[in-house]
Design a protein around this ligand. Structure first.
Ligand code: TYM
Length: 332
C-alpha cells in the first residue's frame, strides 16, 4: 500500500511472442484493478536475459509487449506501464534481497529446475536468482496483489517469505503481497501436449496460439488440437485436451462448464474445436487491430515508456531509500 492506496503489480517477459496463456492467465485480468488500485505493469526485460536473447528481437518485443498491454485495454493514464531496465532500483533492490534469500529456497523453485534442464548449457546465476529480482519488482511498489497465472504462484510465495523475513529484522519495510490467480485461465495447456503448460518458448508452433495469430491460423491450430478417442464434449479426469478446450471456451465466452457441455451435447469434437477457434479469433481481433495501430507510432510508445518510468521511479526510489537507510548504508 502506498499513501492509503492498494497496489496491484505484475509483469510479463518480452522473451517470445505472447500466447493466449499470457492473455487469459494474466494480461486480460490486469485492467480489472485499474479503478480501485494503483496499478503497475512492467515489461520485465531484465528477467528475459536469464535465457540468451537476440538483441534486436528483445528490443522489438519490448515495444510489442508495451503495445499489447495497451491493446488489451490497459489505459496508460490509469496504470503505470513501464520497462524494467528503465528503473534501476529493481536491480539494486534485487542485490539486497539476494542477501536475504536462502540458497535452499531458490533451489526448490520448479521454474529454475525446468529452465535449467532446458538450457543445460547456460545455467547462469541470474537464472538461479531470478525470483529475487521478481521479489524486488513486487516489493519496490509496496504491492498488495499480484495477478498471475498459477505457474508464478511459487515465486510470489517466496517473495512473501522474503518480505516477512526482512520485516522481522527491519520492521514495517515492505507490504506482504498476495498472489491473485484467476479461477478460469490460470493454466492454459499446450494444444499438442495438454499435460504441459502452453508456453511462448515452445518450439512446436502448433502447440501454442499466439495473441497475434491471424484468424485462419487460430482456427487451424484449434482444429489440430490433441483430444481423446471419445466423442462427447464433457469435462472429466483424463480428458486433458478437451478439458483445456472447455476452459479456453469458457474464458472467452464467460459460459460455465455445464452450459458448454449442454451447448455441445450431441455434437462432435470437430464442431467444438471450430467453435473454440472462432470465439478465440473473435476476441483477439480487436486487440490485434489496436496493437497494429499502437505499434505504428514508435515515438508515442517511447513517450509512454518515459512517462511510465518516471512514475515508477518515484515510488521505487522511496522504497529503496527506506531499505538502504534501515540497512545502515551512508546517505550523502
Ligand atoms: P511470463 O512472462 O512467463 O508470463 C506472464 C504471465 O502469463 C502467465 N502465464 C500463463 N497463465 C496461464 N496459462 C499459461 N499457459 C500461462 N503462461 C504464462 C504467467 O503466470 C504470468 O502471470 N516471472 C514472470 C514475470 C514477472 C512478474 C514479476 C510477474 C517478473 N516480475 C512481478 C508478477 C510480478 C514470468 O516469467 O511471467
Amino acid at each position: 500500500m502506498f499513501q492509503d492506496q492498494l497496489v496491484s503489480y505484475s509483469g510479463v517477459q518480452p522473451s517470445g511472442n505472447l500466447t493466449i496463456g499470457n492473455y487469459l492467465g494474466a494480461i486480460r485480468n490486469f485492467s480489472t484493478y485499474s479503478e480501485k488500485y494503483k496499478c503497475f505493469y512492467c515489461v520485465v526485460d531484465e528477467h528475459a536475459i536469464t535465457v540468451r536473447q537476440n538483441p534486436a528481437e528483445l528490443r522489438r518485443r519490448t515495444y510489442e509487449t508495451l503495445a499489447l498491454y495497451m491493446a488489451c485495454g490497459l489505459d496508460p493514464d490509469k496504470n503505470t506501464l513501464y520497462v524494467q531496465s528503465h528503473v534501476h532500483e529493481h536491480a539494486e533492490l534485487a542485490w539486497i534481497l539476494n542477501c536475504y534469500t536462502m540458497f535452499g529456497e531458490l533451489s526448490r523453485m520448479t521454474q529454475f529446475k525446468d529452465k535449467s534442464s532446458k538450457h543445460s548449457d547456460n545455467i547462469n546465476a541470474g537464472l538461479f536468482t531470478y525470483p529475487t529480482l521478481m521479489a524486488a519488482d513486487i516489493l519496490l511498489y509496496q504491492t498488495d496483489v499480484v495477478p498471475v497465472g498459477i505457474d508464478q504462484k511459487q515465486h510470489v510465495e517466496l517473495c512473501r517469505d522474503i518480505a516477512e523475513r526482512f520485516n522481522q529484522l527491519y520492521p514495517c519495510t515492505f507490504t506482504v503481497p498476495e498472489p491473485i490467480i484467476a479461477k478460469s485461465g490460470m493454466k492454459i495447456m499446450s494444444l499438442a501436449d495438454p499435460t504441459k503448460k502452453m508456453s511462448k518458448s515452445d518450439e512446436n508452433v502448433n502447440a501454442v496460439v499466439y495473441i497475434l495469430d491471424d484468424r485462419d491460423t487460430i482456427i487451424r491450430k484449434f482444429k489440430r488440437a490433441v483430444t481423446d478417442s471419445e466423442t462427447c464434449v464433457r469435462f472429466a479426469e483424463g480428458k486433458d485436451g478437451i478439458n483445456n478446450l472447455i476452459s479456453i471456451y469458457s474464458c472467452f465466452t464467460g459460459k460455465s462448464f455445464d452450459e458448454i457441455e449442454k451447448e455441445f451435447a450431441g455434437k462432435g469434437y470437430g464442431d467444438f474445436k471450430l467453435a473454440v477457434g472462432e470465439v478465440c479469433a473473435d476476441a483477439l481481433s480487436p486487440v490485434q487491430e489496436k496493437f497494429r495501430e499502437l505499434l505504428s507510432d514508435k515515438a508515442a510508445l517511447e513517450a509512454q515508456m518515459r512517462k511510465g518510468a518516471e512514475e515508477a521511479s518515484y515510488y521505487a526510489r522511496r522504497t529503496l531509500g527506506k531499505v538502504q537507510k534501515k540497512l545502515g548504508f551512508v546517505k550523502l
